[in-house]
Every structure is written in C-alpha cells, then in structure tokens.
Design a protein around this ligand. Structure first.
Ligand code: CAO
Length: 416
C-alpha cells in the first residue's frame, strides 16, 4: 500500500510531547521522519519515568513510533554541516525548542529559508510570536492554565484544575500537523516553503472555544443556564467552573452506578438531550414525567435538574455502569460508562480498530500504545517501534553521501 505522505522527508527536531506527537502522526501516514537527537542522551523522555532499567521509557516509545533516530550535536561545526545537508534535501523541519534556541544554534528561519526555500519550518512554542510571554518555556499544565482550560475545569468550590488529556502538548502537535499538511499543499501551488507556528496557549484556547462563548453570554445576560450555579447560585463576571455539567445546550452529569462506594469509576455520564425527554422517562420508568409541566421542557427541568439526576441515580443503584448503558442505548440516550485506562487497554473494539496496539520493541519486548485515531478507507497506519538512540545514524549519514571513514571521523569528534 502506498502511504499518502511517502516521499516527504521530515527533520524531527522535537522533544518531550508536543512536537513528537505531531511528527509521529506524520510518520504513521508515511513520511520519512528523522529524529535528530543529542549524542549520548537524546530526547529527555527516553529516561523519564522508566519502568524497565536501561530501556527507553514508555513516555518516549509511545510518542516516537515509526521514526528514525539520528544522533547529531548541532552545536558543533561538524554537526551543523550534517544538519545543513539534511536541510537541503528535506521537505519539513519540525521543532519545539525553548524560545530562541534554534536561532542560537545558527538556524534562524531566514537561514533555513536560504538553505532550502522549499522547506516548511514548523514550530511549537508556549506562546505565539510577539506575545508578552513569548520568552517563556512552557509545559503541558502551564499551557492549560494560560489557555483558559484550568480556570474553567473542576468544581466551583475547588481550585482551577488540570485535565489529564494533553490539551497543551499532543493537542498542539495535532494543530501543527494540520498546519504542516496545509503548507505542503500550499507549496504544491507556489513552490515555496513557509514558516508554520502554533502556540500551546492558542491550541488550548481553541479547544476552550465554548468557554469564550459563555464569557460573552455571561456578560450579556448575567447568568449561564446550563451551569449548576443556575438558578440558585451566584455568577461573577467570569465563566465559572461547572463541575461535570454538559458544555452544550443539554444538561448532563456523572452519575453513580452500582458499586460506586468501592469502585471510584462506577459511574456513567448521562445526558438529558431535550428531544430525548420522552425516551428518558420511559427508560427510567417515569412515564408520569413526560407531560408533567414541572418536567416537560428544558426550562422547567433546569431549576430542579439535580433532583432529576438524583432520581436517575436511584434507578442506577442496582445496575453496573455497563448494564445501565446497555439499557439506555436502546432508548437512544447519549451516555457512556466512565472507562478506566485498564478497561480501555483491554477493550476488544479498540484492539480491533487499531486504536490500541501492541508494538514489539527491541529492548522492551511488547508495549501498548495508542495507534492512529484517524481511520482511512485506503490506509491502515501500521505502528512500528520507536528507534533506539542513534539507531539510524549510519544509515542517514550514508544516504547523505558520507563515507564510512567520514562517519568514523564524525564519531571521533562526538558530532554524532
Ligand atoms: N545538539 C546540540 N544541542 C541541542 C540539541 C542537539 N541535537 N538539541 C537541543 N539542543 C540544545 C538547544 O539548542 C538548547 O540550547 P541553548 O538553550 O543553549 O540554546 C538546549 O538544548 C535546550 O533546549 P530547550 O530550551 O528546548 O530545552 P529545555 O529542557 O530547557 O526546555 C521545554 C524544555 C519543553 C520547556 C522547551 O523546549 C519549550 O518551552 N519548548 C517549547 C514549548 C513546548 O514544546 N513545550 C512542550 C513540551 S511537552 O510538555
């Protein structure tokens, strides 16, 4: 099978999560991704949170599959020379160094564009260029705070809360991948490369779009009717944390199921979709609610929505989260069990679809990872192991025309 990105050569100058998530995606789809890493140490995640001594950590293996690894000291003149050769024949360079690091290395956008005017240079930074915080280094949780996610996540009587989902890292990487693919299509038309930049703050904010919607609604009308604070609580002038409330026009909540006293994940998410009120009443054995004026409309239900949720919890008390969903799905009610990582890892549907995959690795044995969440009719992305540090150094150098002796010399000066 020919993969859509076959023939696209990418210099992967990324580390930790945001950048690697982007280049991994492009590698799954066929791009030749060469990860450039510092000799001796490599991407810091190779060593972070190791579970097997002397083997790359899962943090690294799960974000760097399908790539090659070239060790190169790009601060040494010999290393710079190799990088320049690689730049001349690559389509894309992706980086997520701290602000100014690439410039300090001698590879500013102007220099890169001079070396290869067709190359796309893609960057992740914490904040966008020119932002008053653009000198800051940024990790996931910092971005979640700066992008509006933390102030709007959690419960109203608790502090701002971080999501476990990588809204700052992998989400930014996904945005960058869209930018790179757009620039590649643009290059087909213009013949020119360009700079593509995505900030983690912007990417988080992009996912918090509905909260900016709510800020404007709040300023206009003074309340937000789908938040638990309505109608009995107080609103200030900023979007509050809404706990587990639904973010759209239909209320929802995380509800207890059988066993919640001992199992912290014995819950389902239940959504009261307006037009599904009748089936909900039927499912719950509450036909009298269907035409009761106190329950009939969303407006009528809202003031006592938590009493309704409490009644649903009574109905759930003798049902596991899976049994409950199996009943509710027959009534077309949007709901799901709260699934644990263990349940997801063993989910036969996710295994069958290739979303959870087992990958054989030279040093680790087999490990689990998340495969492509994007499914195609003509492409089934195959996930292969992440490279060992410098595993492809000789191969990449040889492809650039270096002889065995020259490679030996580069090793002698510790440039590779
Ligand atoms: N050869 C030689 N030097 C190399 C090299 C190589 N192959 N690869 C990297 N380096 C050097 C860089 O040039 C830089 O040197 P100077 O600071 O002396 O110019 C140095 O390594 C450190 O780079 P850094 O600033 O990127 O690394 P850090 O560990 O201090 O910061 C991070 C990490 C993530 C906070 C920072 O890179 C950052 O803010 N990146 C942008 C935002 C981002 O992507 N964050 C997401 C990370 S995932 O949570």
């Amino acid at each position: 099978m020919t993969k859509p990105l076959e023939g696209i050569k990418i210099i992967d100058f990324t580390h930790v999560q945001a950048g690697p998530a982007c280049t991994q995606l492009l590698a799954w789809f066929g791009a030749d991704v060469i990860k450039v890493e510092r000799p001796g140490s490599g991407d810091v995640t190779r060593n972070q949170l190791r579970d097997i001594p002397d083997a790359d950590a899962l943090y690294f293996t799960m974000l760097n599959s399908n790539k090659k690894s070239l060790t190169l000291d790009t601060k040494k003149p010999e290393g710079k020379e190799v990088l320049e050769k690689l730049i001349r024949e690559s389509d894309v360079l992706v980086e997520n160094f701290g602000p100014g690091a690439l410039d300090r290395m001698g590879f500013s956008w102007e220099r890169l564009n001079e070396l290869n005017p067709k190359m796309i240079v893609a960057s992740v930074k914490g904040f966008s260029d020119g932002h008053h915080y653009d000198d800051l280094k940024v990790y996931e949780n910092v971005a979640q705070c700066a992008g509006g996610a933390a102030s709007t996540t959690g419960f109203w009587d608790g502090p701002p809360t971080i999501s476990a989902a990588a809204l700052g890292d992998s989400n930014t990487g996904m945005h960058l991948a869209i930018g790179i693919l757009t620039a590649l299509l643009g290059r087909d038309k213009t013949g020119k490369g360009q700079k593509v930049a995505v900030s983690m703050q912007d990417s988080v904010l992009n996912l918090c779009r509905v909260k900016l919607r709510d800020q404007q609604r709040l300023e206009r009308v003074g309340y937000l009717e789908e938040y638990p604070q309505y109608p009995h609580g107080e609103f200030s002038d900023v979007v509050p944390r809404g706990g587990n409330a639904g973010g759209g026009g239909q209320p929802g909540w995380v509800l207890k199921c059988k066993g919640w006293e001992t199992d912290p994940n014995a819950y389902i998410y239940f959504t009261i979709q307006g037009h599904a009120w009748e089936p909900i009443c039927k499912a719950l054995g509450k036909p009298e609610w269907i035409d009761d004026p106190a329950y009939k409309t969303a407006e009528a239900r809202q003031p006592h929505i938590f009493e309704i949720f409490a009644t649903i919890e009574e109905w759930l008390a003798d049902k596991t989260k899976f049994e409950a969903v199996d009943i509710l799905r027959k009534f077309d009610i949007p709901c799901a069990p709260v699934l644990t990582m263990k349940e997801l890892a063993n989910d036969p549907s996710l295994r069958a679809s290739g979303t959870i995959v087992e990958v054989p690795h030279k040093k680790r044995g087999t490990y689990l990872t998340v495969g492509s969440p994007i499914k195609f009719s003509d492409l089934k992305p195959e996930v292969t192991a992440s490279p060992l540090l410098g595993e492809h150094t000789d191969e990449v150098l040889a492809s650039l025309g270096y002889s065995q002796q020259e490679i030996f010399n580069l090793r002698e000066v510790k440039a590779v």
